[in-house]
Design a protein around this ligand. Structure first.
Ligand code: DUC
Ligand code: ZN
Ligand code: ZN
Ligand code: ZN
Length: 511
């Protein structure tokens, strides 16, 4: 047949346009775009295997979630756990990619994580190990890796980063400014940033001041303030704001592009915005938890015997009330935020390490959300009119593709793009419903969004031209997803480096 699948009469929403056209798919790729059915450009007589009539449905590029933790179990070292924080990463590539599909996401970028253990010195070995974990189950959707770097071995950076880029297509690294087992000092941050820059690898930063957190945590503990919601008091906004500012100053020195992950406060967003205004190539991500949770949720369940509010613990924490949420929505609207990702970091509540054991310090810092990411932003952002449908696509699909070097293969509805598509219910046709964890497909025993009302949900998810989620049914296979090699950041290097300044460090330090 000329086409394997044709989607007709849909309202196609891209990062730039809302318009009606038909999409002809062949061999897993978008082949033809044509005026809608009535325009007769893609005709049934063209021997089409399958027609999908999506009258009044919104048709969008499939979601790209640039921040997902899967299989992040550290199997070595004295504290054998992800992020050195206790708890067992609850999702692998099977359950994590399954959950993604059911929430309209067709690409995930997960983390391959170096540790300080000697056997993890080699970044290449770390990536091979994580890819082995992916291959052990397979994946419903395409996946890629960021590399987390927790040491600055110069020989490794020099010899292995080019191989990571050329062989594996890994073009982003994440660096931590907190967590004793992961953080880099300023000197080391400069080392790794410069090495990343030389290889056109985008630096992702976890910006929290580790010393402030440790000092505040000890103070809280000494006063017996151990309950889960004190986690938020151990991380006031200046913890994030200071670290963001310091990372920007370090990056500016060598003119290295940065992507701030999981920005949770207006303090940090403002610092980032100011740097962007100076023309620096600074990008930022925010996540559903910061738009939908507050400290009230951390306190919500609390009683002396119940620690269910440990379900809400993530780092950085959400803000105290909705004022930070308003600031973050503004940042989505005005371009401070480049991407919107889940930071799906799954731990079971019913895990010996998952509950509060003595102090908030011991609760793993992460919450699940790969499946609820798009529906939450749709319900609370698009349906309310806070952001446009085009902005939604830009933040959740197109910009992640550009930032992480996957565009226009991903994140676009263009001839030649992978036929990765999400189709929503026609507006108003799905009665609003309250979410419960039973609806979800992750391997986590709770959702922080339990009981929240949703007014839409992906009705169909299509990946490589195959319908893999339809009307609440998972139709895909674990063999559908492939490893993705990526190119460099396509969002530009900013304009600040055009400044003529005789003291410009980047002019001499790069050689
Ligand atoms: N950083 C993340 O990216 N995810 C969860 C916890 C953390 O510190
Ligand atoms: Zn982080
Ligand atoms: Zn409680
Ligand atoms: Zn994360």
């Amino acid at each position: 047949p000329k086409f394997d699948l044709v989607i007709v009469n849909g309202v196609v929403v891209t990062a730039s346009d809302v318009s009606s056209f038909d999409i002809g798919i062949k061999n897993g790729k978008i082949h033809t775009l044509a005026p809608s059915w009535n325009g007769n450009a893609i005709r049934p007589s063209w021997n089409i295997s399958r027609v999908f009539d999506s009258t009044t449905y919104q048709v969008m590029p499939g979601g790209i979630d640039g921040h997902v933790h899967l299989c992040q179990d550290l199997t070595t070292g004295p504290n054998p756990c992800p992020l050195g924080l206790g708890g067992q990463c609850a999702d692998n590539f099977e359950t994590g990619s399954r959950s993604a599909v059911c929430g309209g996401t067709t690409t995930i970028i997960t983390f391959a994580t170096q540790t300080r253990a000697e056997e993890d010195r080699s970044l290449l070995k770390v990536v091979e190990a994580y890819n082995g974990r992916a291959q052990a189950t397979g994946s419903y959707i395409d996946y890629a890796f960021h590399i987390i770097i927790v040491r600055d071995d110069k020989d490794v950076l020099e010899t292995e980063l080019p191989v990571l880029v050329k062989k594996w297509g890994i073009t982003s690294c994440k660096l931590f400014m907190t967590y004793e087992t992961m953080r880099l000092q300023d000197y080391q941050l400069l080392d790794v940033m410069l090495a990343a820059l030389k290889n056109s690898i985008t630096t992702m930063i976890h910006a929290e001041n580790g010393d402030m957190i440790e000092w505040l945590t000890e103070k809280l503990e000494s006063k017996g303030m151990l309950a889960p919601h004190y986690h938020a008091l151990s991380r006031p906004p200046s913890v994030e704001g200071e670290a963001a500012n310091r990372a920007i100053v370090l990056a500016e020195l060598i003119e290295n592009p940065l992507l701030f992950v999981h920005v949770g406060s207006s303090a940090s967003a403002n610092v980032i915005r100011a740097a962007q205004t100076r023309g620096l190539p600074i990008f930022a991500e925010t996540c559903p938890q910061y738009l939908n949770l507050t400290w009230e949720d951390l306190k919500r369940f609390h009683s002396p015997t119940c620690f269910e509010n440990s379900k809400m613990i993530c780092s950085p924490p959400p803000g105290p009330d909705s004022s930070d949420q308003d600031a973050l929505y503004l940042g989505l609207h005005n371009g401070t935020f480049t991407i919107f990702s889940s930071d799906h970091c799954p731990y079971k509540y019913d895990d010996p390490h998952g509950k509060m054991v003595g102090s908030f310090r011991l609760i793993p810092n992460g919450i699940p959300g790969v499946e609820t990411r798009l529906p939450l932003l749709f319900t609370r952002g698009v349906s309310t009119g806070r952001i446009t449908p085009q902005k939604f696509v830009e933040l959740a699909s197109t910009n992640p593709a550009k930032l992480y070097g996957l565009y226009p293969r991903k994140g676009a509805i263009l001839p030649g793009s992978d036929a990765d598509i999400v189709i929503w219910h026609p507006e108003g046709s799905l009665p609003p419903f309250k979410l419960t964890n039973r609806h979800l497909h992750h391997n986590v025993d709770y959702t922080p969004y339990e009981g929240m009302e949703f007014d839409n949900w992906p009705r169909y998810t299509i990946a490589h031209g195959k319908v893999i989620w339809a009307n609440g049914e998972l139709l895909g296979s674990l063999r559908d997803g492939k490893y993705l090699r990526r190119g460099p950041n396509q969002l530009g290097k900013g304009v600040a480096h055009f400044k003529k300044d005789p003291r410009r460090v980047a002019a001499w330090v790069h050689g």
